[in-house]
Design a protein around this ligand. Structure first.
Ligand code: PMP
Length: 383
């Protein structure tokens, strides 16, 4: 059998199960005709003129690419400035840039826990955490989502093994819930475990100054990971912690050592983004108001709505095919919010994952709610 034939068979089985994925073309210009209710641009910074100007300046100074890994020719003043900015923003001793949040998670998890150690991982953690755990020489034990009794039980059983590490998303990407980081820190303290938090969706959003779940709960996890690709509107991942931690990662994290650095223009844009984020109190208030309005309206319509006070608002549809049809009907109405299906979410829990931005106007939100109401009625999801 030829390779294409083998692959076609596997793709056909995905199609039969309603799990086939296709790329959708989204107009990247700033005058989108589609109303996007699924992006991670929570503060509307992606097309902010201040970020564009900063990127532009660095682009002309340093060119389009970085030309090498950080340890060879790819380390510019912009990379170092941004790292210092990230550390100041997250209030840690030091920070290290990776090319993406995905690679930051994989880099930390594959290099720090050792053989004989235990990684305790929330069952809803992001795929990049799961992949990092798979690459780690430590054993991974999965605990029930945000279930502190289960976490404690598993820590108790792991007593006598090697060092325990608890790893959790700060805000869970598919459910929009916030990890109980205050409780996790207490439990970790009691069992002498280290805490690693992936604050991808909380950075810029949670906490008085947008510093993330650490600020929101006023705690200091041992390792904080994040990305600049969401509220910061740019690209690149980072790890924050002690100087020793960063020194260790520079010497051991393969996804740092062997990856070409992101271009200086991205670093310059991110630097400006973090300055703006710290001052974006009004935008965060607006974001919270938008979130509350959408959550309350959808619940009142009779939808099963997940999430906490975060920009991720998943609406459970159930069957994968129905969720795809729902997304198609939204698209026909000029709204882009794709269906999320297994294996990203459990069977029977296919959903539309709406995300909200402070840049959404009241008019746009009202339009979304009106269409979601009519589509839900039409598909018999709400009565
Ligand atoms: N962690 C979480 C929780 C995420 O949602 C994502 C992005 N989907 C990542 C990490 C990866 O970040 P990046 O896009 O920068 O690779």
């Amino acid at each position: 059998m030829g390779l294409d034939q083998r692959l076609t068979e596997r793709l056909d089985s995905k199609k039969e199960d309603g799990l086939y994925r296709e790329l959708q073309l989204i107009n990247p210009s700033h005058s989108d005709t589609d109303l996007v209710f699924s992006s991670n641009d929570y503060l509307g910074l992606r097309a902010d003129k201040r970020l564009i100007a900063a990127a532009n300046k660095a682009l002309y100074e340093c060119g389009t690419g970085s030309s090498g890994s950080r340890l060879t020719t790819g380390n510019s003043i912009w990379h170092e400035r941004l790292e210092q900015r990230i550390a100041d923003f997250k209030q840690t001793e030091a920070a290290l840039l990776f090319s993406s949040g995905y690679l930051a998670n994989v880099g930390v998890l594959s290099s720090i826990p050792e053989k004989g150690d235990i990684l305790l991982s929330d069952e809803l953690n992001h795929a990049s955490i799961i992949d990092g755990c798979r690459l780690s020489k430590a054993d991974t034990i999965v605990y029930k989502h945000a279930d502190m009794d289960d976490l404690e039980e598993k820590l108790r059983k792991a007593k006598g093994c090697g060092q325990c590490f608890i790893v959790t998303d700060g805000v869970f990407s598919m459910d929009g819930t916030v990890a109980p980081l205050d409780k996790i820190m207490k439990i970790a303290d009691h069992y002498n475990a280290y805490v690693i938090v992936d604050d991808a969706h909380a950075t810029g959003v949670l906490g008085e100054n947008g510093r993330g779940t650490s600020e929101y709960f006023d705690v200091a996890p041992h390792i904080v990971i994040g990305t600049l690709s969401k509220a910061a509107g740019t690209e690149g991942g980072f790890v924050c912690g002690s100087k020793t931690l960063i020194d260790y990662l520079i010497n051991h994290a393969r996804t740092f050592i062997f990856q070409t650095a992101i271009p200086a223009m991205s670093c310059a844009a991110s630097y400006t983004a973090l300055e703006i984020i710290e001052q974006s109190h009004k935008e965060r208030e607006l974001l919270l108001m938008n979130i509350k309005k959408v959550q309350e309206a959808l619940s009142q319509m009779g939808y099963e709505v997940k999430g906490g006070s975060t920009p991720i608002i998943p609406v459970i549809i159930g069957e994968a095919e129905k969720a795809v049809l729902f997304a198609k009907k939204l698209k026909d109405n000029g709204i882009y919010a794709p269906a999320i299906r297994p294996p990203t979410v459990p069977d029977g829990e296919s959903r539309i994952r709406f995300t909200i931005s402070s840049a959404h106007s009241l008019e746009e939100i009202n339009y979304l709610l009106e269409k979601v109401f009519f589509i839900g009625k039409e598909l018999n999801i709400i009565t």
